[in-house]
Ligand binder design. Structure first.
Ligand code: GLU
Length: 345
């Protein structure tokens, strides 16, 4: 893409990123992922650069002030970043330029790479095979084969639609399988037509999708190390497919996907389910060293939680330490010798 890079900071071998969504205050699961991303970069000393990107693209879900809380919490923990903060809400031009580039391309065989989809969520659910349990539904391709006449007619009527990026038709086509080596989960392989399908790049409300925004930003910011939860393994396959069409020669990215953290109720820690966030932990008297101790232990860097500094966690950090245990974790704060609400670490 001819787009200027978003102020890259000096020459670096590893460029990582923290990419929080300002949909609420960070909980321990978010901090655990930020800590791993921070350690991955800072373990490279002066050869590492860590960028901060506030993912405020999904405007209906953005919480006022959450970006500020996130930066305050990161600073309180000692998780620093380099250079200017990037806000997705300010990058609309880069996204529309990228969308145009995708729209100008075709799949092998002549099918347009991007096409309008008029399906509602209910249509898609009704036409889909049961998914693999992570809530992801492979789009059944309903609008992919619509004739030009029907598409033009619906567009002329102003019918609500999203835009999807097409993946190869046949599971055995040469480019149908996406492979990468994950620093934690090892070799990964996703068949695009079978396991991913045609994903949305622009939503029907006009906002660009998470998948497109993240891919465009990671390319523009020169990110070559991505650390996040294992629930995004499949997204990596999608993003690699988009990336290959935006900048086929771009350097390869190292991926590290982390086991997920469940709360006592067995549900994944999330802002939506009211997992304890840094606001309540700080109010309850937790120190930064205690929070880091719990997150370092969840990452597998210590055999039990105890207060630590980021520097102590950095000593001897390797990805292999994290790869030693790939099982999802269960976090029961009441078992951490919590006296009152404050942990007795
Ligand atoms: N903003 C996303 C989140 O907070 C991160 C997405 C990513 O790492 O690609 O879950």
């Amino acid at each position: 893409m001819g787009e200027p890079r978003v102020d890259q900071v000096g020459p670096a071998k590893v460029v990582g990123r923290l990419a929080p969504s300002p949909t609420g205050r960070m909980h321990l699961g978010n901090i655990y992922a930020c800590l791993a991303a921070w350690l991955g970069v800072r373990s490279q000393g002066s050869c590492g650069v860590l960028r901060l990107r506030i993912e405020d693209i999904d405007t209906p879900r953005v919480v006022k002030d959450a970006g500020r809380w996130i930066m305050d919490d990161l600073a309180w923990l000692g998780l620093d970043w380099d250079g200017e903060v990037v806000y997705q809400s300010q990058r609309a031009d880069a996204y529309s330029q990228a969308l145009k580039l995708l729209e100008s391309q075709q799949l092998i065989g002549g099918q347009p790479l991007v096409y309008p989809c008029f399906c509602s969520r209910a249509d898609i659910r009704a036409a889909s095979a049961p998914n693999e349990g992570d809530g992801f539904i492979v789009y059944p391709g309903t609008c992919r084969g619509l004739s030009h006449r029907i598409v033009d007619e619906r567009l002329a009527r102003g019918q609500r639609h999203s835009l999807r990026i097409a993946v190869p038709d046949q599971p055995d086509e040469s480019d149908a399988t996406c492979r990468f080596d994950d620093l934690i989960f090892g070799p990964q392989s996703f068949n695009l037509p079978r396991q991913v399908g045609d994903v949305v790049v622009q939503r029907s409300d006009g906002l660009v999708s998470y998948q497109l925004a993240v891919t465009v930003d990671d390319l523009a910011m020169g990110v070559n190390q991505i650390v996040r939860g294992r629930d995004l393994l499949r997204s990596t396959a999608i993003q690699m497919w988009i990336r290959n069409h935006l900048q086929p020669q771009a350097p390869r990215v190292q991926y590290a996907h982390l086991p997920l953290i469940d709360g006592v109720d067995g549900r994944r820690m999330s802002k939506r389910f009211g997992s304890p966030d840094l606001g309540s932990l700080r109010r309850d008297g937790w120190t930064a060293r205690q929070v880091l101790g719990v997150c370092g232990w969840l990452l597998g860097l210590m055999d039990r939680p105890r207060p630590v500094s980021v520097q102590e966690l950095l000593d001897g950090f390797t990805w292999n330490m994290l790869a030693a245990d790939r099982k999802d974790r269960k976090l029961d704060l009441s078992k951490l010798n919590v006296s009152g609400a404050k942990p007795n670490l």
